[in-house]
Design a protein around this ligand. Structure first.
Ligand SMILES: C[S@@+](CC[C@H](N)C(=O)[O-])C[C@H]1O[C@@H](n2cnc3c(N)ncnc32)[C@H](O)[C@@H]1O
Ligand code: SF4
Length: 378
């Protein structure tokens, strides 16, 4: 293993042990955001959250410092393992209004570090996305976007994106040839994606900007794992800043998990590395309490709050920022019940979607029956 890969591996294991982060979290970007966006209040809040997380507190004084505010759950592609691509998101497709977005940001901007402006759709389809990113920048927040980039981007849009203050741009490109790429990114056009990516890099460099940092994210699966190396070389050749592999996930609650695993899981790259030594983080169950319930605040395009960015359905919601303020939701019975599953003899007051989740190790089994069937929403 190369020395750089070895150091990254040690850092990612250390970050998992010390901070309880999943290995696929971008530790290098997290550190950068803390160094560049701290204020005394943010830092104090971060320490409070991390302490409460480790103490497995149920009612929190700390506030989430990573905001996931989804500009849209509508998408141009049909990825077969994405709830939106499968038309099984369980929530009406819509664009978030700029007003709702600003309200979601305002609730937590003094305490939070960054906003992920994506979750269950293609954010660049929202015409107000550039204003949304700029709004976060003006509030001193870092911003992160993931895009399939398989859409027409005018020169003006490229400039607006670059000038919005976006800090981190993740490009979802799971292949190096059209045939392979479109098996997962159904309806996607690789040539268009690469054309857009080249223009973004060239224009950013022309403007003398260091940010957004641009990452090519590749999800190795059975049909595309042989193209990881070709994609990595291509990314390098195109001047993309980072190439990164993440583990493939299955849609939460989908009934045919074994069949999907057989169909999509990679064969050669299960040991945490490709044959060429590219690390692929593990998504094994974490032994910590659920970090989403402490660090994250997830607002959907319809202003409803989800407990995490793994579940998409409206029936799993924990709150609604159109009806209640942040304080009323953050420690409500659903949040308390969800957090209680990670303490011994926890008091699980009401059923939540967390009852059926096994991403983190529980200490109290919820007394309620699981109900995690997915709904089809066209
Ligand atoms: C649901 S997408 C929405 C953003 C955008 N449409 C995109 O694809 O980048 C959010 C993230 O999930 C990733 N993703 C899609 N399918 C996945 C899967 N089966 N397992 C893990 N991550 C996945 C995407 O690549 C993206 O980084
Ligand atoms: S491009 Fe993103 S949002 Fe669209 S279907 Fe694929 S993973 Fe889902």
């Amino acid at each position: 293993m190369k020395i750089e890969a070895r150091i990254k591996r040690v850092l990612s294991i250390a970050s998992r042990k010390v901070f309880g982060t999943p290995t696929y979290a971008r530790s290098y970007e997290g550190l950068y955001v803390i160094l560049t966006h701290s204020t005394p209040r943010r830092l104090w809040n971060l320490l409070t959250v991390e302490l409460e997380y480790r103490l497995r507190k149920i009612r929190l004084k700390g506030r989430p410092y990573i905001l996931v505010i989804d500009p849209t759950n509508v998408c141009n592609l049909r990825c077969p393992l994405c709830p939106t691509g499968r038309l099984e998101a369980g929530r009406k497709g819509q664009l978030m209004s700029l007003e709702t977005f600003q309200r979601a940001v305002d609730d937590l901007a003094p305490w939070a570090y960054k906003v992920n402006l994506f979750n269950w759709g293609e954010s660049l389809l929202n015409p107000e996305i550039f204003d949304m990113i700029a709004y976060c920048r003006d509030k001193g927040l870092s911003t992160h976007l993931s895009s399939n980039l398989s859409l027409e981007l005018s020169d003006e849009k490229i400039d607006r994106l670059l000038n919005s203050g976006l800090q981190f741009l993740c490009l979802s490109i799971d292949g190096a040839s059209q045939d392979v790429y479109e098996k997962y990114r159904k309806k996607g056009d690789l040539e268009l994606v690469l054309h857009n990516a080249r223009r973004l890099v060239a224009r950013r460099n022309e403007l003398g900007m260091k940010r957004p940092l641009i990452e090519w994210q590749f999800i190795p699966m059975k049909h595309n794992e042989h193209e990881v190396e070709t994609a990595r070389f291509l990314a390098q050749e195109m001047g993309i800043d980072k190439f990164r592999c993440i583990p493939v996930g299955l849609p939460f609650g989908a009934p045919e998990q074994d069949k999907l695993r057989d169909e999509w899981f990679p064969i050669k790259v299960q040991s945490g590395q490709t044959e060429e030594g590219v690390e692929i983080a593990s998504n094994d169950q974490a032994t910590t309490s659920c970090s989403f319930l402490y660090r994250y605040w997830m607002v959907n395009p319809d202003a409803k709050v989800s407990p995490c960015c793994v579940v998409s359905g409206a029936k799993y919601d924990f709150g609604d920022i159109d009806k209640e303020n942040f304080d009323a939701i953050w420690n409500n019975a659903k949040y308390r019940s969800a957090r209680s599953q990670y303490v011994r003899n926890g008091n699980v007051e009401v059923p939540t979607v967390c009852d059926g989740c096994d991403l983190f190790e529980k200490r109290t089994n919820p007394p309620f029956a699981k109900s995690i069937a997915v709904e089809r929403v066209e």
